[in-house]
Design a binder for this molecule. Structure first.
Ligand SMILES: Cc1cc2nc3c(=O)[nH]c(=O)nc-3n(C[C@H](O)[C@H](O)[C@H](O)COP(=O)(O)OP(=O)(O)OC[C@H]3O[C@@H](n4cnc5c(N)ncnc54)[C@H](O)[C@@H]3O)c2cc1C
Length: 496
């Protein structure tokens, strides 16, 4: 029996934010476009559906106000008074700071220069933003309806523009003709294999965070058993298929985004669990806590920077502890500052006790060790004003500890005391494919572009290393997805 064959100008593999931005950009230029999505219709959206925000530069309050549907006076006051400005230079600096200077400069130039114009492009397609000032916020704005609604709007737009959606269709192979040009993909659907011919292929099917074998291979021993914050579908299929046709791997394959998550979080997350926000398992009040391991000892500077610039590497610190777990300790002041509202809303796994000894016993920690750690910490706190602000450092630090805490050092001396259990869960992988930073075209190991092959989103390597500023994955996915879609459509038109 012959395999089903389909013909399009552009085929996009993966219906996350990067893939749908690519599809939309190609459709806008008149290309016929198919999107292949591994998940069933009810679980579409990818990791993108689980997100909250995008990080972009803006010069003024007006740049933010224009992104909001009917901003009220409170919203405007918030963005005017409480949100810091973020210039393009600021964004460049914080990416370089979080990646220890390893972000690829060409990619970052494209990212920084195109971020706000891409936000305005999305705004023109019906997306909107809200101010975000929660104590655990990683960013100054969040998408209206979060990632789930963003993805629903993307899908609606792509369908209205004539894009063809193939669900439960997993790309298994990239097809290359005798001239070395990519001319389609092979995919497996419930009915069997399909050949989808196209003049250009855009790979946007995520990293390998959901693949235990690849996690162990690239990230190292023990990463096979970590929990996955994201969807179970991103198993490195795109990276493997691209490597098989000679694509050049690029970026950090030995690091990834991994953050502190509720100790009881499930093994992965499906988009259908979050249409109204869902129960979120991130435990990001840690900069205002001290974190102790099962030995009752602190193991990391909980606040070397604001939470939005430390959380993506903080999972690594937690994973390195006995059992891969830790406890975040707070006293009564945390509630007065409103730092645990997110935990209450999302059923955080924790215990409360009137004394530290009782708290330690309830968590199974040694009371003597916990008492010693807390006493030493309290004694080391330096004078200065405490300001638990998610967007600025207060310099309220400790001095003289084996591991000092650099900011937000709130003494732990007033009951009731609270402890929240956390584990490490992977968010997404950083290693991917080498592209031309201006076109998102995938490069061959031989040092030339692969004709007809583009990539975007988690699959694009070279931007993030070891850490990253929150909200950057979605932004980069939109920036490079749009660029990939435009260039793929032009390639298709040139080969018509
Ligand atoms: C819980 C969580 C919260 C996050 N919050 C944020 C945030 O607030 N801001 C931010 O910037 N980033 C956030 N991230 C990271 C962000 O999700 C990613 O950087 C971004 O979504 C990547 O977009 P993408 O389109 O590359 O991947 P995805 O959105 O994951 O899309 C990839 C798609 O490809 C499909 N697919 C996989 N294999 C195949 C195949 N073989 N064939 C066809 N389809 C395939 C998948 O099913 C999926 O739908 C978060 C991630 C998680 C897990």
């Amino acid at each position: 029996m012959m395999e089903d064959e389909y013909y399009y100008d552009v085929v996009v593999v993966g219906g996350g934010n990067a893939g749908l931005c690519a599809a939309q950009a190609a459709l806008d230029l008149g290309a016929s476009v198919a999107v292949l999505e591994k998940a069933p219709r009810d679980e579409r959206g990818g990791n993108s559906a689980l997100t909250g925000h995008m990080r972009f530069p803006y010069d003024s309050v007006d740049d933010l106000a224009v992104l909001m549907d009917d901003p009220n006076q409170d919203d405007l006051a918030v963005i005017h008074d409480r949100l810091p400005r973020r210039s393009k230079e600021d964004l460049w600096d914080e990416v370089m700071r979080t990646t220890a200077g390893k972000a690829d400069k060409d990619l970052l130039t494209t990212h920084v220069n195109n971020a706000y114009p891409t936000i305005m492009w999305l705004r023109g397609k019906g997306h909107a933003w809200l101010p975000n000032v929660a104590a655990t916020a990683g960013n100054t704005t969040q998408m209206a309806g979060r990632g789930y609604k963003l993805q629903e709007r993307h899908y609606r737009n792509v369908e209205r523009s004539g894009g063809q959606l193939h669900y439960e269709t997993s790309m298994t192979e990239i097809l290359v003709n005798s001239r070395g040009e990519v001319d389609g993909v092979r995919a497996i659907a419930p009915e069997g294999f399909r050949t989808i011919r196209a003049k250009a292929v855009i790979l946007a099917c995520g990293g390998f965070e959901a693949n235990p074998e690849m996690r162990a291979k690239y990230l190292g021993a023990g990463w096979d058993t970590v929990k996955n914050r994201g969807v179970p579908y991103n198993t490195g299929d795109g990276i493997n298929a691209a490597l098989a046709v000679g694509a050049m791997p690029f970026g950090s394959f030995t690091s990834c985004h991994a953050s502190p998550q509720d100790i009881e979080r499930p093994a992965y997350t499906l988009p259908s669990s979050v249409p109204n926000g869902g129960v979120r398992t991130s435990r990001y009040a840690y900069p205002y806590s001290i974190m102790v391991n099962l030995e009752g000892t602190r193991f990391v500077d909980e606040a070397s920077d604001v939470r939005g610039r430390t959380y993506a590497k903080m999972g690594w610190s937690v994973r390195a502890q006995t059992g891969g777990v830790a406890y975040q300790l707070f006293d009564a002041k945390a509630r007065r500052f409103g730092l645990l509202e997110d935990y209450d809303r999302n059923n955080a796994t924790g215990v409360t006790a009137s004394s530290l000894d009782e708290l330690a016993k309830k968590t199974g920690l040694d009371p003597e060790k916990v008492r010693a750690t807390v006493t030493a910490y309290n004694a080391a706190i330096q004078p200065g004003k405490l300001d638990p602000n998610p967007f600025g450092l207060d310099g309220k630090r400790t001095n003289g500890l084996a591991i000092d805490k650099s900011n937000y050092s709130i003494s732990i001396d007033e009951g009731p005391f609270e402890a929240y259990g956390v584990c490490c869960a992977i968010t997404f992988t950083f290693g991917g494919l080498l592209v031309d930073a201006k076109t998102a075209q995938v490069q061959h190991t031989a040092g030339r572009a692969i004709p007809g092959l583009y990539t975007a989103g988690e699959m694009l390597g070279g931007l993030w290393h070891g850490n990253y500023p929150s909200g950057s994955g979605m932004m980069a996915g939109a920036v490079f997805g749009r660029i990939a879609g435009e260039h793929a459509a032009r390639t298709a038109a040139a080969n018509a």
